[in-house]
Design a protein around this ligand. Structure first.
Ligand code: N01
Length: 539
């Protein structure tokens, strides 16, 4: 019997838990469920584990969070035995790590690959979820847990005549598994967010000519990536628990040197020194230079102007430099981390096409029409981002009590209690859902916190003979008001971005992640559990 036939045989089984997605969230959820004796099945659309790191194979893809912190902490042996090689791990290395975890804990046997969950509906009478997949399998489960990732549903803008282009096109988040060789090619990259900024310097080295279509310039800080110093690794591993504890106490789940001073209290010379030292260090720590960078626009502009100065210094053609200067609030959109991004514009084989004032007109058979000119290229790379946070959840047809669809419930934006569950959809949990810190944090830290909370909750229910859990509408409303209130007080919500749905035409505008930081959030979740799952109806 083939593997898929064997799965089909079992396809009418009922599981305690169905988990959707085998990225870092799905893998750890499966591990915990097994450990607690729940039967669990994972469905994964890809052919392997790793989620984001399975799909994002574009040139230059790597993580912007330090490798020693961007990893699981649930198993001491695992964190001792795994050897990261660089400060910021590459996509292949992270994917190897995900596979190592899956092998080490024998997770593959409960994962069905190449299978997309297309629908899930709650059967109110039986109190179970009926889950449909694209290979025709239907299973039922007491609990449905989504581990679908916040940045997994690619966005390709509806450019006019998009199908007219005769050459290959690629989206950074759906990169082919075979090597893509741009040698001798004229290539277009559309988009200059984190993915574009990582890919552009690498593609520029290969392509005959690279055209970069930029709508909004991004703020980016040098990564200063380097091989990891074995002494540094030894020191961390000697007391990894201490590093993990300190990480959990930070707002974003990553260690940065937070400076409590205001940018406006210090002299211009002191300010410059502070920014300069963080620029030299590289990475996200730049935004921790002063306490008020995301609360006071004048403070923010001192950091923004510092970065603009660096762009002017780096880019030799003043006109190109001018077009590359970001003018909005630094850190409102996700800060980018780069290696030689701006220096790439000094290459003779690179052309910046500024489409800020006049959008890309259309695609042609041979390229892209913009600013009244046809840019003839052999390949097009869409680095155009994602329908973030809700995109993958709403792609599946999820129906709660009374057949109400999640799409209808969230028509004016996502509503969820703690970002974990949503009223009207009993026994459905979302890992890193809207209203949780998710994308504003080191996501593995957030994933582990969510998975542990959900696991404790299921254990509590089993111990107390409860079979159904669902948030009260009032608790959900209160949480959303709180999330919105915090977002409104931050400069992050003053610029449209994928955080608030602005990048997808027609998407409801609401700042989706919880901005209050991991410690506050984790404490709130712990308090809810300690009070018998306050805000939830348990029956
Ligand atoms: O996507 P983005 P991304 N015409 O949405 C442009 C994570 N990530 O894939 O800003 C022309 O940031 C768009 O322009 P504008 C990280 O959290 C992590 O780069 O909308 N251009 C923008 O420049 C990140 O934030 C890592 O004006 C169009 C770009 O496309 C998130 O993923 C690495 C356009 C999209 O940028 C998403 O990053 C990479 C149009 N019609 C990514 N439509 C790590 O290191 C869109 N654009 C872990």
């Amino acid at each position: 019997m083939s593997e898929s036939e064997a799965f089909r045989e079992q396809s009418f089984d009922t599981f305690d838990v169905v988990i959707v997605g085998a990225g870092f969230a799905g893998l750890y959820m499966l591990y915990r469920m097994r450990g607690l004796g729940f039967s669990a099945r994972v469905y994964e659309a890809g052919s392997g584990v790793g989620g984001t790191w399975y799909w994002n194979r574009y040139p230059g893809a790597r993580c912007d969070v330090n490798s020693m912190e961007y990893s699981y902490q649930f198993c001491e042996e695992l964190q001792q035995e795994w050897e990261w090689t660089e400060r910021f791990p590459t996509q292949p290395e992270i994917l190897r790590y995900a596979n190592h975890v899956a092998d080490r804990f024998d997770l593959h046997r409960d994962i069905q690959f190449d299978t997309r969950v297309t629908a899930a509906s709650f059967d109110d009478t039986a109190g179970t979820w009926i889950i449909d997949t694209d290979d025709g399998v239907q299973v039922s489960a007491k609990f449905c847990i989504t581990a679908m990732g916040c940045l997994s549903e690619p966005n390709i803008p509806k450019f006019e005549d998009i199908d007219a282009f005769g050459g290959p096109t690629y989206h950074t988040g759906r990169w082919p598994h075979e090597e893509v060789d741009f040698t001798g090619q004229r290539v277009a990259v559309i988009g200059t967010g984190s993915s574009g900024i990582q890919a552009i310097p690498v593609i520029a080295e290969q392509a005959e000519h690279l055209y970069i279509f930029q709508r909004t310039p991004s703020y980016t800080i040098p990564a200063r990536n380097a091989p990891l110093d074995p002494k540094f690794v030894r020191e961390i591993k000697a007391n990894y628990a201490d590093l993990r504890k300190r990480v959990r106490q930070t707002v974003q789940g990553m260690l940065t040197q937070f400076n409590p001073a205001s940018a406006l209290e210090v002299t211009p010379e002191e300010r410059q020194r502070e920014y300069e030292s963080r620029w030299t260090l590289g990475g996200f720590g730049f935004m921790a230079a002063f306490a008020d960078l995301l609360s006071d626009e004048r403070a923010n502009d001192t950091a923004a102007e510092f970065v603009r100065g660096k762009i002017r210094e780096t880019v030799t053609d003043p006109k190109v430099a001018e077009a590359l200067l970001p003018r909005n609030i630094i850190g409102a959109k996700r800060l980018c981390i780069d290696t030689d991004y701006h220096a790439t514009f000094n290459r003779s084989n690179v052309t910046l096409v500024d489409v800020n004032d006049s959008p890309i007109e259309r695609m042609t058979r041979q390229g892209i029409m913009a600013k009244g000119e046809e840019y003839r290229v052999d390949s097009i790379v869409f680095a155009t981002g994602y329908d973030a946070i809700t995109g993958s959840l709403l792609k599946a047809d999820i129906r709660g009590r009374g057949g109400v669809t999640l799409r209808d419930k969230w028509i004016e934006g996502p509503r969820a209690y703690l970002g974990l569950a949503t009223a009207g959809f009993p026994n459905l949990f979302m890992i890193t859902g809207p209203g949780s810190p998710s994308v504003l944090s080191n996501v593995i830290v957030s994933i582990e916190q969510h998975v542990d909370w959900i696991s404790d909750c299921l254990l509590y229910m089993r111990d107390h003979g409860a079979t159904r859990i669902e948030p009260h509408g009032e608790a959900e409303d209160a949480w959303i008001s709180h999330v919105n209130e915090l977002a409104d007080a931050s400069l992050r919500s003053k610029v449209g971005s994928w955080y608030d749905g602005a990048n997808i035409p027609g998407k409801a505008r609401i700042f989706m992640p919880y901005i209050g930081g991991l410690p506050e959030y984790a404490q709130k979740c712990a308090d809810v559990a300690a009070h018998g799952y306050e805000g939830f109806a348990l029956t």
